[in-house]
Structure formats: structure tokens, C-alpha cells
Design a protein around this ligand. Structure first.
Ligand SMILES: NC(=O)c1ccc[n+]([C@@H]2O[C@H](COP(=O)([O-])OP(=O)(O)OC[C@H]3O[C@@H](n4cnc5c(N)ncnc54)[C@H](O)[C@@H]3O)[C@@H](O)[C@H]2O)c1
Length: 383
């Protein structure tokens, strides 16, 4: 079948996300399936150029996956017209500069979240991309996960009646790095390197709430650095200067209240690493990454508070599982396919830089709320 090649620069491919989710699970998987169907009957075919700081590590990854193009010279890669798309999965602090250069070079840009370290910089990137006329997008992978797609299906189908509230629990124990290696990179725990769970997770919560439940109108947050000292990849002790937990209350349009705890200092007593419970007048749901369970008003039990008696009902067993009703591919891959169709066929892609900027706006508002001890309203961004 005829191919429509699309040259893609992949920056940050030695990192956790860049390698596993974007290179292997998305772009190489797209090549393995024979590309993405384009409107003209051809297949959109990602041609990959790996970019990073360490030529040896890039060569090793390229060889492992039968790729030939890699370089440590981002400017040269951006100057090459064979490259239509620049993708960024670098550490957050390195992102803004690289994206600016990519926009200036006239490349379409797709990037990991958060779009930039602060709201003004994010807005500026959105403005620059619009002015230069390049397509732009930010990863919003959670929207494409089976559990959250099922939740969205329930909302769209009117299952909940009037939605009242959302409670989200995200987190797991990230080892301190001394007696067991930390399972996340150390920059996450240093504010000066772009770390912090609020900047990391509030952009996710923003699009999950905005696109599945309702837009966020205000936030009240308390942040903490529960583990003040950690050990890095080289065995060195360092001071954790960034927040490792954020306890947020988000007010949504329509009077809905969402509370979401995000923490790298909790132990999991849940079915999944993140779960959202949505309660509505007609029913409730608990959605995780993969599964979603529901309880309709018609089968809601009537517990009576009596601490003298053992629990009277098997509450968790009373919920029903929402069926898949279809195939659910890797979330990052699904969004990559949409971005490629956006670039090649002008298909709509609502997850753009402005959407990414709104996520950073919420993170910044959450941090301000915590710092100043007050509720912060979210200003609407004029289009
Ligand atoms: N969508 C998601 O679910 C999700 C999950 C985790 C991380 N992320 C985002 O992905 C990005 C990368 O996170 P990660 O966990 O893969 O990080 P990582 O530390 O594993 O990888 C970072 C990459 O950036 C490169 N890099 C460039 N400049 C650097 C510098 N000055 N210092 C250190 N590394 C530098 C590294 O070589 C590496 O390739 C972050 O912006 C993070 O917010 C998204």
C-alpha cells in the first residue's frame, strides 16, 4: 500500500515516557501495524529521527529497533525539511526552549505535558504556534484509557442524572532511593529542575475534569513535601525541594465539587493506581485506568449507621462492571494516530497548546492556593 511518510523528530527518547510509551508503544507499534490510514487511501508512515544528549544511548536504541537516524544536534534536525513534526518528551524544564525553536523552524509540535513550567510561557507557546501556523498538541493520555473512556460513555449516556461530586485518589509509594532504588527520576523531587507532583498531575486532572465532567472554575489546594530527603540515580543524597503530595478541591461548572489527592507517599489500597468516584443523582461510578464499575439508584442499598454491628453488606460486591464494548488500544498510540491524521488530513485535534496551557494554569493556581492559603479562581483564557 502506498505510504505517506511523515518525518518526526523524537526528543527525550532515552527517558521513561519517550522510550516506552512514545517510541515503542506508539510510533513503532504504528509502523508494525502498517501505518495509519489516510484519507487518500495511503498509510501515514512515521519516519523517525531520535534526538538526545548522548549519542551512544541513541545509537543503542536505534540499533535495538532497526532505526538509522539519530543525532545530538537538535538545531540541525529542526532545519531539515524532511522533518514535519517535532515531539518533546524531555524533562519538563528543557521543553519550552526546544518547542520555541521547533515553532520558529516551522515544524508542527506535539509534546508531553506539562506544556511548560509556567502558565505565561505555555500561553506564549500557544500564541507563537498559532502565529506561525503550525499544528500543535499536548499529550492527554488519560482520556484514551479504557476506564476513563467508559466513564465518559456513562456521562454522555446520561447515566448519572445530575453529577454532584468527584473523588479521585492517585498515588503510590515512590521509594526514597536508599534501601530500595526510587522508581521515578530524581528531578521529579526538585523544584529547581521542574519537579513537583502539582505541576506533574494537575494538568492531567484538568483535562480529565474539563473533558469528562465539567470545566474547572476554582481550586483550593494544600501541598506537602512529605519525604524531605531522597537518594538519586547515582546514590547521592539530595534535598527534596518539590511537593510530593497535593490535596486539591476543584470547583467545577454547575456546582460540581471534585476532590483529588495526588501523592507519591501513599501505599496502594485500591484496585488501580488512580481511581475516580463520580456520584450523581441517578447513579455512581468508580473508574480506574482500565475498569469502571457502577451502581444505579435502583440497586443502591440503604445502610444504617450502627457501629455496634459488624458491616451488614458486601458493599464492593454490589457494583456492576461496565463492559469494554470495543477494542481499547494503547492510550498514547491512539492520541498519536489522531495527531498524525490532524497533520496529514486536517482532522480535528482539540488537545492543542491552548488546552495544555489551561492545564498548566490549573497547576499554577493550585500552587498559589497552597502558598497563600486561599481559594484561587480560574480565569477564562480569551481565545
Ligand atoms: N503523560 C504521562 O502520563 C507522563 C508520565 C510521566 C512523565 N510525563 C512527562 O514526560 C516528561 C519526561 O518524563 P520522564 O518521566 O520520561 O523523565 P525521564 O527523566 O525518564 O526522561 C527525561 C528525558 O529528557 C532528557 N533530558 C533532556 N534535557 C535534560 C536535562 N537537562 N536533564 C535531564 N534530562 C534531560 C533525558 O535525557 C531523557 O531522555 C516530563 O515532562 C513528564 O512531565 C508524562
Amino acid at each position: 500500500m502506498e505510504r505517506t511518510p511523515v518525518g518526526i523528530i523524537l526528543n527525550g527518547v532515552t527517558g521513561r515516557m519517550g522510550y516506552r510509551q512514545h517510541l515503542v508503544r506508539s510510533l513503532l507499534a504504528i509502523r508494525d501495524q502498517g501505518g495509519v490510514p489516510a484519507r487518500d487511501g495511503s498509510r501515514i508512515w512515521p519516519e523517525l529521527t531520535l534526538v538526545g544528549r548522548d549519542a551512544g544511548r541513541l545509537a543503542e536504541i536505534a540499533e535495538r529497533h532497526g532505526l538509522s537516524a539519530y543525532t545530538t544536534d537538535l538545531d540541525a534536525a529542526l532545519a531539515d525539511d524532511a522533518h514535519q513534526i517535532y515531539f518533546d518528551a524531555q524533562v519538563t524544564a528543557a521543553r519550552e526552549k526546544a518547542i520555541r525553536a521547533a515553532i520558529e523552524a516551522g515544524r508542527h509540535v506535539y509534546t508531553e505535558k506539562p506544556l511548560a513550567e509556567d502558565f505565561l510561557a505555555s500561553l506564549e507557546l500557544a500564541r507563537l504556534a498559532a502565529a506561525r501556523g503550525v499544528r500543535n498538541g499536548v499529550v492527554q493520555d488519560k482520556l484514551f484509557l479504557p476506564g476513563l473512556r467508559k466513564l465518559k460513555r456513562l456521562v454522555d449516556g446520561g447515566f448519572f442524572g445530575r453529577i454532584l461530586s468527584v473523588r479521585g485518589e492517585f498515588g503510590y509509594w515512590v521509594f526514597e532511593g536508599d534501601w530500595q532504588a526510587a522508581q521515578r527520576p530524581s528531578w521529579n523531587y526538585r523544584a529547581e529542575d521542574g519537579g513537583g507532583i502539582t505541576l506533574d498531575m494537575f494538568p492531567h486532572w484538568h483535562y480529565v475534569l474539563e473533558q469528562i465532567i465539567a470545566p474547572v472554575t476554582a481550586v483550593t489546594a494544600v501541598t506537602a513535601t512529605h519525604i524531605p530527603e531522597r537518594v538519586d540515580e547515582n546514590g547521592g543524597h539530595y534535598r527534596a525541594t518539590a511537593d510530593d503530595a497535593a490535596y486539591g478541591i476543584f470547583e467545577l461548572a454547575g456546582g460540581i465539587v471534585a476532590q483529588i489527592n495526588s501523592s507519591w507517599a501513599v501505599r496502594v489500597h485500591r484496585d488501580e493506581l488512580v481511581e475516580f468516584q463520580v456520584d450523581g443523582t441517578h447513579g455512581s461510578a468508580v473508574a480506574g485506568l482500565r475498569d469502571c464499575r457502577i451502581q444505579h439508584r435502583g440497586v443502591t442499598p440503604m445502610p444504617v449507621w450502627n457501629p455496634d454491628l459488624p458491616v451488614t453488606e458486601p458493599f464492593r460486591a454490589q457494583w456492576q462492571t461496565v463492559p469494554d464494548n470495543g477494542e481499547h488500544d494503547n492510550a498514547f498510540k491512539v492520541q498519536w494516530e489522531a495527531f498524525l491524521r490532524h497533520v496529514v488530513d486536517d482532522e480535528p485535534f482539540p488537545w492543542d497548546f491552548l488546552a495544555g496551557a489551561r492545564g498548566v494554569q490549573l497547576a499554577e493556581a493550585g500552587l498559589r492556593s497552597a502558598r497563600e492559603g486561599r481559594r484561587v479562581q480560574i480565569e477564562e483564557i480569551p481565545r
